[in-house]
Structures are given as structure tokens and as C-alpha cells.
Design a protein around this ligand. Structure first.
Ligand SMILES: Nc1ncnc2c1ncn2[C@@H]1O[C@H](COP(=O)(O)OP(=O)(O)OP(=O)(O)O)[C@@H](O)[C@H]1O
Ligand SMILES: [Mg+2]
Length: 300
């Protein structure tokens, strides 16, 4: 007599198989491509960097994608600066950085936050190497003078050689958003900008921003699940729809797409496995910003 599975078990197993098969076209399409994941300080502030983030990156790496992590740490810098008696102010989402604040930003970003992320990824079985934009001249910046925000830099150029070397050795690079200028002066650069410039330099297919919000919220308070570059530019021109840290984020998303990155995703980093859901399911869960269409692409 042949034994058959009870119908409920059969349904469950079929659903699992279906989920795996659903991921196949996305895996096939993105195999061999680089994905830059910017993990925001805001997301880290709400939920401690979770094991699930490391698991997602490990899966990406095992199916043949090349993940690169860039991280911020705004709330963590503000916290330590406050404990040292330094006042913090922002202009259009960018931190005003005097010399003591630069020291704190360097210590917190390239020290504490970077080390914690690398340690978490290592503990999850993923080989990770911590760097900042200063290492190997990966990100060369120039001090911004208009407006003068102190030691805040704009990216002049990237050299992804050191990142390629790390990737080729089987590790995931984890990059803190501190860069240096031509004279060797360290500068604080917005992490979203660093992520976008490195994504362009690496020829990445995707750039993913992990935030503490579900995605881009439109003027009506609703989640915008898909946007074109023009729609993003219109939103940025719409005075109160986009504020604070979302301004440099969307500006750098536009820069990345104009520089050849195919898709920019904005996700809720507090939601477990949001990275996998966005990259490997047809629905996605956050906001996807698309560059010009390329024949043969799946659309995600
Ligand atoms: N229209 C909008 N949609 C979504 N978020 C918005 C919008 N306008 C402003 N924001 C704010 O932008 C914030 C995200 O930017 P923020 O710079 O704070 O985070 P991050 O870039 O993830 O962290 P870090 O700068 O430390 O790396 C959200 O927490 C939200 O409050
Ligand atoms: Mg930010």
C-alpha cells in the first residue's frame, strides 16, 4: 500500500517549494552581481543588529551574489557626542561636524559600530572584513565649503580595488562612512552618499538602503512601492514630503541610478529578513526606485 502525505502537510510542503521556485528567476538574474547594502544607524538604533541580517547576507553570498555593506551610525554618534558634552546640529540631514565631533564620528563609526557589525556577521558564520573609506583610498572626499558644515566631505572619487580584493578572498567588506581628502584629512561623509558612490564604482546591480521606516512615505502618508527617477526628483522638489536624512538618501539614490545601478531599494531594516523578501520575491516589501528599463530584466 502506498502511503500519502496528509493534505495539510502536502499543502505546506508545496507552499515551501513554491517559495523556493519563486526565488529562482531572481537568483538566476542576479548571480555574479554586486549588491551594496547600506545599513542605517537609525535601524540599528531601534533594533540591535540582528542575526537575520547576517543570515540574509550569507544566503546572498551562497547563491552567487557579492554583498558589500556600508553603514551609518548617526544616532550612535549623537549619543556618544552628547555624553562627551558636544552639541549636535543638522543642516538638510547632514551633521555639522567641528573637530571634536569629527573625532567622535571617527571613533564611533570606524570603531564601535563597524566592529559590532563585523563581529555579528562573523558570529553568524559569514566572513566579514571591516574597513572605512580611508582604507586603500576607497573613498576620496573634499571638504564641503557651500554650506560650510565643518569636516563634512563630498566624494571626489572612489577606488574599489581594496573592496574587490576583499570580495575575491571570499569576505564581505563592511565599510564605515569616514573618508579622507587628498592631504590625508579625515572627513565625515554621509553614509548614503558613500554607499551610492561605491555602488557606482563597483558596477553594482542593486543598492539597498535599510532604514527605520517601511520605505519612502509620500505626501499623503502612504508607502510608495515603486518610483522612477523623475518621480523621486519631483518628490524632492515638493518642499515638505521629504525631510531630514531622507533628503541625502534620495539624492544619492538618483546619483546611483544615473551612474548605472539598475535598482535602488529602501527597506525597513527592523523587519526580519526584509532583504531576502525584497530581493527574492516578486512583491517586495519596501520602495523600489528603477533606472531606465533594460530588455530581459525581471523588473525587480
Ligand atoms: N518622506 C519620507 N519617507 C520616509 N522617511 C522619511 C521621509 N521624510 C523624512 N524621513 C525620515 O528619514 C529618516 C531616515 O534617514 P536617517 O538619516 O535618519 O536614517 P539612516 O540613513 O538609515 O541612518 P544613518 O544616517 O545613521 O545611516 C527616517 O527615520 C524618517 O524619519
Ligand atoms: Mg542617513
Amino acid at each position: 500500500m502506498t502511503k500519502t502525505l496528509p493534505p495539510t502537510v502536502r499543502q505546506r510542503t508545496l507552499a515551501k517549494a513554491h517559495t523556493l521556485l519563486e526565488a529562482l528567476p531572481f537568483i538566476r538574474e542576479h548571480r555574479g552581481s554586486t549588491v551594496v547594502v547600506k545599513y542605517g544607524g537609525a535601524a540599528m538604533d531601534h533594533t540591535p543588529l540582528s542575526r537575520s541580517f547576517g543570515e540574509d547576507l550569507a544566503l546572498l553570498q551562497h547563491v552567487g551574489l557579492e554583498p558589500v555593506v556600508v553603514h551609518g551610525g548617526g544616532p550612535q554618534v549623537t549619543d556618544v557626542a552628547g555624553r562627551m558634552g558636544l552639541r549636535t546640529s543638522f543642516v538638510d540631514g547632514l551633521r555639522v561636524t567641528d573637530e571634536p565631533t569629527l573625532d567622535v564620528a571617527t571613533m564611533v563609526l570606524a570603531g564601535k559600530v563597524n566592529t559590532r557589525i563585523v563581529a555579528t556577521l562573523q558570529a553568524g558564520g559569514l566572513g566579514a572584513v571591516g574597513l572605512s573609506g580611508v582604507d586603500g583610498g576607497a573613498v576620496v572626499a573634499r571638504r564641503r565649503v557651500e554650506p560650510d558644515l565643518g569636516f563634512v566631505g563630498d566624494v571626489v572619487r572612489t577606488d574599489v580595488g581594496v573592496l574587490r580584493a576583499v570580495i575575491q578572498s571570499g569576505y564581505v567588506p563592511v565599510v564605515a562612512s569616514i573618508a579622507a581628502d587628498e592631504e590625508g584629512q579625515p572627513l565625515n561623509v554621509n553614509a548614503d552618499t558613500v554607499a551610492a558612490e561605491l555602488a557606482v564604482g563597483l558596477g553594482a546591480a542593486k543598492l539597498v538602503y535599510m532604514n527605520d521606516v517601511p520605505g519612502v512615505i509620500g505626501p499623503e502618508g502612504d508607502l510608495l512601492s515603486e518610483l522612477s527617477v523623475q518621480e523621486v526628483l519631483d518628490l524632492l522638489a515638493h518642499a515638505d514630503a521629504i525631510e531630514g536624512g531622507m533628503i541625502p538618501k534620495l539624492e544619492s539614490a538618483v546619483r546611483a541610478l544615473k551612474g548605472g545601478v539598475r535598482r535602488v531599494h529602501l527597506l525597513d531594516g527592523r523587519v526580519e529578513h526584509s532583504l531576502l523578501l525584497e530581493l527574492f520575491t516578486p512583491e517586495g516589501i519596501g520602495t523600489m526606485i528603477v533606472g531606465p528599463a533594460v530588455p530581459g530584466e525581471s523588473g525587480r
